[in-house]
Design a protein around this ligand. Structure first.
Ligand code: CNA
Length: 280
């Protein structure tokens, strides 16, 4: 019998062994799962980091409790805090990080099966990753609807409202309901594309989880869907979601940017990665 923590597939539970597995076994069906932590170095606060996270700055945002930001009933009463955040996160204001570029590099090398992201900042797209590679598990700013009559609201008007700091209202006759981007609020169903692609982690030959506290369900259940014997790499400030519990899990605890640089270095891809990031 092997001890619980003896790896089955990797030589050792370290970054060099992951690189060896990728290069020598020809692994090319990577599933990447990301959260707000891959964008903090771009200047976008996450939710749960102490001091800097949005949840540590509630008073300033005018929120009674953290979840109110994405609560549809609170939004109906007071959409201002959400729109303050929307203005902060609205696509076009930030530069992708090297962690976003690493995912693009995986795609360029034909190794990416799918990216599952919880982020709504669109920085993966800005790093050049094609839309069909991305599952926006918590929706995005790509479209918006009235919360009363469900009418579609034009993107140019939306952009103008957000930039001015206004709350956009429905332009249909006799409606005037509040417009909300198609971002998933608490209690709302995730987009259909999440459910249509949820089987993919089971087809992966490598899983990379980066910059997420894995505390929002059903997203948090994705890494467990990877088959036993498939290495799962966690690149995060802290250990989360039971990662590290399987014999071929590898923990790279620290910053996402440092973690992807370490992995790229071990793969012999660091120069290419830095060049890609330079151009972004
Ligand atoms: P979270 O719960 O705030 O967790 C972030 C995780 O990342 C924590 O474990 C941190 O320790 C870790 N972390 C933060 N910065 C770094 C870093 N530089 N390097 C490594 N690790 C880091 O965020 P989740 O994404 O897990 O929570 C899900 C919510 C957050 C989603 O629904 C998002 O829509 C929402 N969100 C998104 C954005 C964005 O789009 N950039 C920003 C803020 C919140």
């Amino acid at each position: 019998p092997v001890a619980d923590d003896t790896p089955q597939v990797l030589e050792r539970r370290d970054v060099q062994s992951v690189a060896k597995y990728i290069n020598e076994r020809g692994a090319r069906r990577f599933i990447v799962m990301t959260g707000a932590g891959i964008s903090t170095s771009a200047g976008i606060p996450d939710f749960r980091s102490p001091d800097t996270g949005l949840y540590a700055n509630l008073a300033h945002l005018g929120l009674p409790h953290p979840e109110a930001m994405f609560d549809i009933n609170f939004f109906r009463e007071n959409p201002q805090p959400f729109y303050a955040l929307a203005r902060e996160l609205y696509p076009g204001r930030y530069r992708p990080t090297i962690a976003h570029c690493f995912i693009k590099l995986l795609y360029d090398k034909g190794r990416l099966l799918k990216l599952f992201t919880q982020n709504i900042d669109c920085l993966e797209r800005e790093a050049g990753l094609p839309g069909e590679m991305i599952i926006d598990a918590h929706g995005s700013f790509a479209s918006q609807h009235c919360i009363d009559c469900q009418s579609f609201y034009p993107p140019d008007l939306m952009r103008k409202a957000v930039e001015k700091g206004d709350v956009p209202h429905c332009h249909m006759p006799n409606c005037n309901g509040i417009v909300k981007p198609d971002i998933v609020f608490f209690g709302e169903r995730l987009p259909e594309e999440f459910f249509l692609n949820r089987h993919l982690p089971a087809a992966a030959d490598l899983c990379i989880v980066m910059g997420t506290s894995l505390s929002v369900w059903p997203f948090a259940g994705l890494p467990a869907l990877c088959k036993d014997g498939v290495p799962r790499v966690l690149i995060n400030q802290e250990r989360v979601g039971g990662l590290g519990s399987r014999p071929d899990d590898v923990l790279l605890l620290g910053g996402c940017d440092a973690g992807v640089r370490q992995l790229a270095q071990a793969l012999g891809w660091l120069e290419e990665l830095e060049a890609l990031w330079e151009q972004t």
